[in-house]
Ligand binder design. Structure first.
Ligand code: PEP
Ligand code: MG
Length: 564
C-alpha cells in the first residue's frame, strides 16, 4: 500500500451500516455496474433481420456463458455452483425463444433482450423466495450480454493484483462468488443491508464490510480509503501513517480473537453459551471443530430446498442424525421446517400467496397439514435416539401462546425439549406467557426486525429499517430477555444479530443466555464478550436501549465498552 498518497486536509467520511468488523486501508476500485449509455446509444441493429439478430444474440450469450464457466473453474465449491448456474441461465432455451419472439415482432435487438429478461424476471419474482433472488443473476446476465452486443468489456468486478477496497452499488452473486480476501481488503456498497447477499458473503470471507453507504458511488477510483467495519465509516484520503497504524492495531486485535478457545463467559465469569448455526451434516461437522457448546439453530428446511417429495420419516431421521452425531456430548437445537416466504420447499409451501412473508409459513404450515409436523418430529426423535445427542426442538413463526403450547405438547410426547422462536412481535410481547408452556425461547432477530419494522428483510432500499439495532427491535429483545430472567429459563438469539460482536455484548447485557451464529463469527464474539464484566455489558444494553437510532446506539455502546 506504499503508493497511497496522504492528503488529510481533503479527508471526508461517509457513513453506512457496519456488517463485518475489521479495519482496512486501500485504494478504491469502483465497480461499474452498467454498460455506458453512450455505447448503447451508438449501437444500431437496424440492419439485422430477426434471424441474423438472433445469431448475434447467440454469440453474445455464448460468450457470457463461457465467461461464467471459466470463472467457475477457478472458484471454490459454493462459488463454482453459483457461477455454473449463471452459465446455464445465460444459455437458457426459454430466454432465447423469448428473445426470438420479440425480434420476430419487430423489436430491435437490445429491446428484445431487455423484454425477454423482464418477462423472465417477472416469472421468477412471482415464484418468490430463492427464485426471486435469481432476478439479480438475470439482470447481471442482461448487462453482460448487452456489453458484448455494443462492444464494451463486461461490467462487473475487474480487480488488479494489489490490495484494494471494492466499492459498488451492490454486488451481484456472480461478482461476490470469486472474491479473493487477499486482494479485496474491504467491501463498501451504496445499497444493501445487513442481510444482503454482499453482507452474507463478506461475513463468510471475513472481509471488513460497510453497506448502505450513501455517496459511495461518487468516490473517485484510486482514492485511498480507510474502512472501519465496526464504526460503519469510510474515510477518504486519511492520514496514511495513522491509517496504517489503525490497520495494524486491528490486525493485532484480530490475532488475539483467533486464539479465543471458549467456553463463552464474561470477564467476571457469567456463562454465555456460544453456539453454531448449521444447515446440514457437512456444516455441522465443520462447526463441531470450533469452540462452540452446541448448535443453536439447525435450519432443517435448507436440507429440502431441492426436494419435490417429502422424505420419509426414516430418511429424515438419517439426515438429522448427520447433524446431531458430531455434537454428541454437546446439544443441538433443531428448528422444524421454516418453509415458505424466502425459503420455498416444494412439498410444503403454499402456492400463490399474495404476501408470503405474512402467509402460511413456518409452524403455520402444520395448521392444515398436522401430519407433516408429526412426521418431522418423529424423524428428529429417531435421530436423537440413534445418536444419543441432547436434542431441543423449536418451532419458527409462532404468534400465539396456544400455538406454543400445542407444539410443546407434541415435542414432549417424544421426550424432547420444546421451545419456540421469537420472530413475531406478538411472541416477544408475550414472552413471559410463552415461557409458561415451553422450556426455552430463541430470538430470530432477522424476522423479528422485519416484522417489527414492517420492512422486507430482502429489500435493499430499506436497509436503515432492517437493522437489529433499531430501538424498537432492541426493546422487543429486552422484553423477551427479561421474561427469561424472571422465569429462570434460557433465552437465546440465533439471528444475524448474535454474530455482531458489539451487539452480542448488548444482548448479553440484557440477559440473553446463548448466542448462535455462523462459525466465522464465533471467535470474534466470544473474545469480545470475555473482555467485559457483566456490569459493563448491562451498561452497554442500557445505552443501546436509550439511543434514538441505530447509529447513535452503536456509538453509545462503543463508548461504554471502550471509553478510550
Ligand atoms: C431469524 O429470523 O432471525 C432466523 C434465525 O431465522 P431465518 O433467518 O432462517 O428466517
Ligand atoms: Mg426467521
Amino acid at each position: 500500500m506504499s503508493d497511497l498518497a496522504s492528503s488529510p486536509e481533503s479527508s471526508t467520511t461517509l457513513h453506512g451500516t457496519p456488517v463485518v468488523p475489521g479495519v482496512a486501508y486501500g485504494p478504491a476500485v469502483v465497480v461499474r455496474g452498467e454498460v455506458s449509455p453512450q455505447a448503447i446509444a451508438r449501437f444500431d441493429s437496424s440492419g439485422l433481420d430477426a434471424e441474423s439478430g438472433l445469431a448475434v444474440y447467440d454469440q453474445a450469450a455464448a460468450a457470457v456463458s463461457e465467461g461464467f464457466v471459466r470463472r467457475a473453474e477457478k472458484a471454490s465449491d459454493a462459488a463454482a455452483e453459483v457461477l455454473t448456474a449463471s452459465a446455464g441461465l445465460a444459455r437458457d432455451k426459454g430466454l432465447r425463444s423469448a428473445v426470438r419472439k420479440h425480434l420476430a415482432s419487430g423489436d430491435d435487438l437490445l429491446a428484445s433482450v431487455h423484454a425477454a429478461v423482464e418477462q423472465f424476471a417477472q416469472v421468477f419474482d412471482s415464484m418468490g423466495g430463492l427464485m426471486a433472488e435469481r432476478v439479480t443473476d438475470l439482470r447481471d446476465i442482461e448487462r453482460r450480454v448487452v456489453a458484448h452486443l455494443v462492444g464494451e468489456p463486461e461490467p462487473g468486478v475487474q480487480l488488479p493484483d494489489t490490495p484494494v477496497v471494492l466499492v459498488a452499488e451492490d454486488l451481484a452473486p456472480s461478482d461476490t462468488a470469486t472474491l479473493d480476501p487477499r486482494v479485496v481488503v474491504a467491501l463498501v456498497t451504496e445499497r444493501g443491508g445487513p442481510t444482503s447477499h454482499t453482507a452474507i458473503i463478506a461475513r463468510q470471507l471475513g472481509i471488513p464490510c460497510v453497506v448502505g453507504t450513501a455517496g459511495a458511488l461518487g468516490l473517485t477510483p484510486g482514492t485511498p480509503l480507510l474502512v472501519d467495519g465496526v464504526a460503519g465509516t469510510v474515510a477518504t484520503s486519511p492520514d496514511a501513517a495513522e491509517a496504517r497504524r489503525l490497520v495494524e492495531a486491528d490486525r493485532a486485535d484480530r490475532a488475539a480473537l483467533a486464539s479465543w478457545s471458549g467456553p463463552g463467559e464474561t470477564a467476571d465469569g457469567t456463562k454465555v453459551k456460544i453456539l453454531a448455526n448449521v444447515a446440514d451434516g457437512e456444516s455441522a461437522r465443520a462447526a463441531a471443530t470450533g469452540p462452540v457448546e452446541g448448535v443453536g439453530l439447525f435450519r432443517t428446511e435448507l436440507c429440502f430446498l431441492n426436494r419435490t417429495e417429502e422424505p420419509s420419516v426414516e430418511e429424515q431421521g438419517a439426515i438429522y442424525a448427520e447433524v446431531l452425531a458430531p455434537f454428541a456430548g454437546r446439544y443441538v437445537v433443531v428448528r422444524t421446517l421454516d418453509a415458505g416466504s424466502d425459503k420455498p420447499v416444494a412439498f410444503a409451501t403454499h402456492e400463490g400467496e399474495e404476501n408470503p412473508a405474512l402467509g402460511v409459513r413456518g409452524l403455520r404450515l402444520s395448521f392444515d397439514n398436522p401430519d407433516l409436523l408429526e412426521r418431522q418430529l418423529d424423524g428428529i426423535a429417531a435421530a436423537a435416539r440413534e445418536t444419543g445427542t441432547e436434542t431441543w426442538v423449536m418451532a419458527p413463526m409462532v404468534a400465539t401462546v396456544a400455538e406454543a403450547a400445542e407444539f410443546a405438547e407434541k415435542v414432549r410426547t417424544r421426550k424432547l425439549r420444546p421451545g419456540v422462536m421469537v420472530e413475531v412481535p406478538s411472541a416477544a410481547l408475550l414472552a413471559h406467557r410463552m415461557l409458561e408452556v415451553v422450556d426455552f425461547l430463541s430470538i430470530g432477530t432477522n424476522d423479528l426486525t422485519q416484522y417489527a419494522m414492517a420492512a422486507d428483510r430482502m429489500a435493499t432500499d430499506l436497509a436503515h429499517l432492517t437493522d437489529p439495532w433499531q430501538p424498537a427491535v432492541l426493546q422487543l429483545v429486552a422484553i423477551t430477555a427479561e421474561a427469561g430472567k424472571q422465569a429462570g429459563k434460557p433465552v437465546g438469539v440465533c439471528g444475524e444479530a448474535a454474530a455482531d460482536p458489539l451487539l452480542a455484548c448488548v444482548l448479553v447485557g440484557m440477559g440473553i443466555t446463548s448466542l448462535s451464529m455462523a462459525s466465522a463469527a464465533v471467535r470474534p464474539v466470544g473474545a469480545r464478550l470475555c473482555a467485559a464484566t457483566m456490569d459493563v455489558l448491562e451498561d452497554a444494553a442500557e445505552a443501546a436501549l436509550a439511543a434514538s437510532d441505530p447509529k447513535a446506539a452503536r456509538a453509545a455502546v462503543r463508548q461504554v465498552l471502550d471509553p478510550r
